[in-house]
Design a protein. Structure first.
Length: 627
């Protein structure tokens, strides 16, 4: 029997495909099963108009048979089969796809069953990643003859007449011997094979049958005594190892919440119910179905299916970074795959699906915030920082998508509030959104800088995370209202009387203020009489583009960050501490005045939650004042 040669370009492509195209060798089973499913699709479609087929949908199946002794794995289908000419065309020339041609031939047919997965002819050759010889025995529908195609790889192939009673195709793969880095024997172990079916081909629409071995208890003998110990034996039974109908293909009204939760927990290995389940059924220019889950704790990944076959375990293009905690599956026939069917071509269909998913997830989260605030706060405590980090990493480009999902503590509500809710409560005369930074809500409420704004009756957002002030800068505004720190001189209008009093105090105590600044040297850029302090004696503010909170954030992220805030020491001229400082300076006791200046500066650092330059010295200074 003459061995036929692959074309030169086919030999090269086979070598590349076996060694480069596929990332994981286990993918071969998905490809072979998908081809079998395609073959059944073709005969099932023929059966709609040809009574001679004599088969109903329930008659079709795929059978997998591992043989440990012969070291073979056989995948059989009762689909359309192949003639000798079709073997030559489809198996003798790599990248010639019968499925693709069938799809073109029937592209005008209006039938949901015409969902051909195999769009490339290379999938069959993935078998050579795990097999050193592949035999294909096939009998085409309507033919009395069967043929056997056989190849050991790039050297070529043979085709000869063969015997086969039923219509369909058997793909027999002789599995390679185990090597140092690969245990090919897994591909002839029934349990391992069934797991691969579950992973990649669980939703193939036809039953995939395997003979599985289980341990079962033997019947108890009639004369067994009280001390009888149960005996077990291994029994082989034929089982359907795939689910066939995915939960996302069922109408939402027919799926219970418990079923969605059970699917999530089993599919994504989580023991907790998700916070939110979002079923999606999109029709129109691009068709896809999806189940999206917001988990109760951080995980990552959207699985992509094409017509029930898993293509990617984690598809990064389906969900933006700020929603990367969303789990789930997306199944669509309207997506272009590359030659290995493992990766996606970056096309318009994928972008449309991703944009729709983003809008759907955001809409459901906004609805959850409104309808069940307690549950949303639980979610936000787990994933709120992801929104903030994503906003910072993108330099605010995604602000419109994230703004409505953020929560901050409100001084007026005494609970977390959204920015939209804050804006809705603003009086007509209020032009800015106020905030104050502190390490805790309790400390934020006591910040001396906030006292003036709170006394005026305005609501203040308490920012208790280092990143929060930067987040507000990236957002720029909410409802058209800009954000402003209560520590800013522009936070509230200063009356003429207040302005004149501050200017007069600056003039009266200019020498003393200059002395304090000289004492503190480079620690502060300015010492001034404050117009923002009410009852507090001292605080720190900053001039220029870098705030104190920004300095803390960047120092935490990068210890050598060169930008520092221009610190301003604000002193309340009506406080007892200021008057004591003035007395010491005016009495000529410069040493005591210098001690007071250092103590006040260190107290300002403590209020601002900034590190003291020398904690031991500060303690010594305070103790010295007590003597």
């Amino acid at each position: 029997m003459e061995k036929k040669q692959f074309k030169a370009e086919s030999q090269r492509l086979m070598d590349l495909m076996i060694n480069s195209i596929y990332t994981h060798k286990e993918i071969f089973l998905r490809e072979i099963i998908s081809n079998a499913s395609d073959a059944i699709d073709k005969l099932a479609y023929r059966a709609l108009t040809d009574e001679k087929v004599g088969m109903n949908r329930e008659d079709f199946k795929i059978v997998i048979t591992p043989d440990k002794d012969a070291r073979t794995l056989t995948v059989s289908d009762n689909g359309i089969g192949m003639t000798q000419e079709e073997m030559e065309t489809n198996l003798g020339t790599i990248a010639k796809s019968g499925s693709l041609q069938f799809k073109k031939d029937t592209e005008d047919a209006d039938d949901a069953e015409l969902d051909i997965i195999g769009q490339f002819g290379v999938g069959f050759y993935s078998a050579f990643m795990v097999a050193d010889k592949v035999t294909v025995i096939s009998k085409a529908y309507g033919s009395d003859s069967a043929f056997k195609w056989e190849s050991e790889g790039v050297e070529g192939y043979t085709i000869e007449p063969w015997e086969k009673e039923s219509v369909g195709t058997d793909v027999i793969m002789h599995i390679k011997e185990d090597g140092d880095e690969e245990e090919y024997s897994d591909y002839i172990r029934p349990y391992a094979i069934s797991q691969l079916v579950k992973k990649y081909s669980d939703y193939i629409r036809y039953p995939i049958r395997m003979e599985m071995e289980h341990s079962v208890e033997k019947p108890k003998p009639a004369d067994a005594g009280d001390d009888y110990q149960p005996e077990y034996e291994m029994v082989k039974e034929w089982e359907t190892v795939n689910s066939m109908v995915p939960i996302w293909q069922r109408p939402k009204s027919q799926v219970k919440a418990e079923e969605y939760n059970d699917f999530y927990k089993s599919k994504f290995s989580d023991w907790q119910d998700p916070v939110l389940t979002i079923p999606v059924n999109a029709e129109g220019n691009f068709e896809y179905r999806a189940i999206l889950y917001v988990p109760s704790r951080a995980k990552k990944g959207l699985q992509l299916y094409s017509s029930g076959v898993m293509i990617m375990d984690k598809c990064p293009d389906l969900i933006p970074d700020y929603f990367s905690f969303v789990q789930g599956v997306v199944d669509t026939p309207d997506v272009s795959l590359n030659i290995s069917r493992e990766m996606l071509q970056h096309d318009r269909q994928l972008k449309v699906i991703a944009n729709n998913i983003e809008k759907k997830v955001k809409g459901e989260l906004v609805k959850l915030m409104k309808d069940d605030r307690e549950k949303y706060v639980q979610f936000y405590n787990s994933f709120g920082m992801q929104f903030k980090y994503s906003l910072l990493n993108a330099y605010g480009q995604n602000r419109d998508a994230i703004r409505d999902l953020l929560l901050f503590w409100s001084s007026k509500e005494d609970k977390m509030t959204s920015l939209a809710e804050y804006v809705d409560r603003m009086p007509a005369s209020q032009e800015k959104i106020y905030y104050v930074c502190a390490d805790t809500v309790e400390n934020a409420a006591k910040m001396p800088q906030a006292e003036r704004v709170l006394k005026a009756g305005y609501e203040v957002l308490y920012l208790t995370v280092d990143e929060d002030e930067l987040v507000l800068q990236m957002l720029e505004n909410a409802g058209g209202k800009p954000f402003i720190s209560v520590a800013s001189e522009d936070a509230l209008p200063v009356t003429d009387a207040e302005k004149n009093a501050a200017e007069q105090a600056e003039k009266d105590h200019k020498e003393m203020l200059d002395f304090v600044q000289e004492t503190l040297k480079d620690e502060v850029s300015k010492v001034r009489v404050s117009t923002i302090l009410q009852s507090g004696s001292v605080c720190l503010t900053a001039e220029g583009p870098v705030s104190l909170e920004m300095e803390k954030y960047f120092l935490k992220m990068r210890g050598d960050f060169p930008m520092k805030a221009q610190r301003v020491l604000e002193l309340n001229p009506d406080s007892g501490a200021f008057k004591a400082l003035c007395r010491a300076f005016e009495d000529g006791d410069k040493d005591k005045a210098a001690v007071y200046a250092e103590v006040l500066y260190n107290q300002a650092l403590i209020i601002a939650d900034l590190p003291l330059p020398d904690p031991a010295r500060y303690a010594e200074l305070v103790c010295g004042l007590m003597e």
